[in-house]
Design a protein around this ligand. Sequence first.
Ligand SMILES: *[C@@H]1O[C@H](CO)[C@@H](O)[C@H](O)[C@H]1NC(C)=O
Ligand SMILES: *[C@@H]1O[C@H](CO)[C@@H](O)[C@H](O)[C@H]1NC(C)=O
Ligand SMILES: *[C@@H]1O[C@H](CO)[C@@H](O)[C@H](O)[C@H]1NC(C)=O
Ligand SMILES: *[C@@H]1O[C@H](CO)[C@@H](O)[C@H](O)[C@H]1NC(C)=O
Length: 345
Amino acid sequence: MLFKQQPLLTQKLFVLGSLAIGSVLYLVARVGTLDRLQPICPIERRLPPPEHEQIPLRTLQFKRGLLHELRKGNATKEQIRLHNLLQQLPQAIIIGVRKGGTRALLEMLNLHPAVVKASQEIHFFDNDQNYARGIEWYREKMPFSFPHQITIEKSPAYFITEEVPERIFKMNSSIKLLVIVREPTIRAVSDYTQVLEGKERKNKTYHKFEKLAVDSGTCEVNTKYKAVRTSIYTKHLERWLKYFPVDQFHIVDGDRLIADPLPELQLVERFLNLPSRISQYNLYFNATRGFYCLRFNIVFNKCLAGSKGRTHPEVDPSVVTKLQKFFHPFNQKFFQITGRAFNWP
Ligand SMILES: *[C@@H]1O[C@H](CO)[C@@H](O)[C@H](O)[C@H]1NC(C)=O
Ligand SMILES: *[C@@H]1O[C@H](CO)[C@@H](O)[C@H](O)[C@H]1NC(C)=O
Ligand SMILES: *[C@@H]1O[C@H](CO)[C@@H](O)[C@H](O)[C@H]1NC(C)=O
Ligand SMILES: *[C@@H]1O[C@H](CO)[C@@H](O)[C@H](O)[C@H]1NC(C)=O
């Protein structure tokens, strides 16, 4: 379209020239990041940690029970010292994505006796005010744990916030990063639905999804709409790859985590170098909810909050198709970089 008025020859030369310059620029940019873009070995084939590195199950369960007791009884300074309890910086962070299933993933990983979760989203790295409070402020937000346990936090805004990769890199350049994703169009609608519910609670009206996701002037997908932008996973991931090599990321399938959680959790255990300790016993299907619930032990179980299963509004099928087509090339790139492909349209 751009060249319509130009004579054919100039147009061809221009295209060839642009291609050549583009390739050179691409190669220059690529050489710097090439080592970070090596696809990781297929996720299913990662090996579990060797047996001698594994922590005996009984010790872990005993300690988890003790930790629980101490928490219930509001552990005193003396008890904290006596039991060698620490507030440790996270060794792994669930960085996103919003509406991908980050809460479910954190709660399920917390079934592992060697994992301790930070209950709140801390928003340390994405919020300038919090970040200015310093790393000790962050550490004090962490739960108490035993030295051999690992702490995990989740704040889904990290994935899409510009400054976050560099800040996390400064804290720990070898930290493990978990990203849980869902099919991008479904995720965008889910994102919209959550905002909509917030508006409805305040008796505010809100645009229809179709109006936000498609630019009515051009009839193209509206890439300024945040729910659309967040679903372009590869764009965000590529920003992270300027700091971290790709094998420090693990991609979790959010759709599968809900339908059949155990295999996904076992992949995460391996990625975190933890012995495989979460079992089918820890996850039971609640037919009333249509969801898995968590069983920590014979007395303690927990179902995720009801709002997590909210129904989505009906979206015009032509808009769904338009979005799916739009996300398709970005998805392909994402699969190529991460070495994990999904059955997305
Ligand atoms: C621990 O603290 C909470 C809140 O401060 C309080 O409600 C609870 O009763 C305390 N538990 C014990 C066992 O002292
Ligand atoms: C950084 O993260 C890695 C991976 O979880 C962990 O092994 C290491 O101890 C962490 N380093 C610090 C200083 O926390
Ligand atoms: C919203 O509207 C309903 C019904 O008109 C009313 O009962 C409720 O108090 C309103 N809520 C707010 C937050 O204004
Ligand atoms: C299953 O879900 C229903 C509805 O949320 C709840 O009332 C019930 O306690 C749950 N059952 C179990 C065994 O978790």
